[in-house]
Design a protein around this ligand. Structure first.
Ligand SMILES: [Cu+2]
Length: 163
C-alpha cells in the first residue's frame, strides 16, 4: 500500500497536468497566489453513503481579502460549499455562496464548520485512497488540491443532517 498510493497519485496527476493550467496543492501545502493551502483531507464514507465532506485550511499571506467561491471534483456528481448552523440547538448544514479568506487571516474548513460537500459520490471514499478537488478563489484563481481520504471519529455523524 505504501508504494501504491504515490503511484496512484502520480497517475491521477498526469490526468490533470495537460488540461489544467492552475496550481496543484497536496496535503503538505502549497501556494496559489498569496494563499497557502494546508491540511487537506476528505472523510472516508461508508459503502451506502451518498455524500462526503472535504476539509482544509486556507491561509492568506496577502494584504487583500479573497473568497473561496466554488469547488469541484470528479469524485462526486455535484460539489457545494457548506457551513453548519445552529438551528435551535440542532446543527444543520447549509449551502453558502462563498467562504471568506480575510487578508492576513485564515479560512478553516473542518468538521462541524465550513466544508466542501460532495453530493452523490460516484464510489465510496476509501480510507487510504485520495481524491483531487479543484478550488476556485475569486482573486487567486484555481488550485487543484490532492486530498488523502481518512476516517473521522463518529461524533460528527450525528451532525450530518441537511435541511
Ligand atoms: Cu454539507
Amino acid at each position: 500500500m505504501i508504494i501504491r498510493i504515490p503511484l496512484l497519485f502520480a497517475g491521477l496527476l498526469s490526468l490533470f497536468i495537460l488540461p489544467f493550467n492552475g496550481a496543484i496543492a497536496d496535503s503538505h501545502g502549497m501556494m496559489v497566489g498569496k494563499l497557502e493551502i494546508t491540511g487537506a483531507w476528505a472523510r472516508a464514507t461508508p459503502p451506502s453513503a451518498k455524500n462526503g465532506g472535504a476539509f482544509l485550511t486556507v491561509s492568506n499571506h496577502g494584504a487583500t481579502a479573497d473568497k473561496l467561491i466554488s469547488a469541484s471534483t470528479d469524485a462526486a456528481k455535484k460539489t457545494e460549499l457548506h457551513n453548519h448552523i445552529n438551528d435551535n440547538g440542532v446543527m444543520r448544514m447549509r449551502q453558502v455562496p462563498h467562504i471568506d479568506v480575510p487578508m492576513h487571516g485564515q479560512a478553516v474548513l473542518k468538521p462541524g464548520s465550513y466544508h466542501v460537500m460532495m453530493m452523490g459520490v460516484k464510489a465510496p471514499l476509501v480510507d487510504g485512497s485520495s481524491i483531487m478537488v479543484k478550488l476556485t478563489f475569486e482573486k487567486a484563481g484555481d488550485v487543484m488540491v490532492h486530498m488523502p481520504v481518512k476516517k473521522a471519529g463518529g461524533a460528527m455523524k450525528k451532525m450530518m443532517k441537511h435541511n
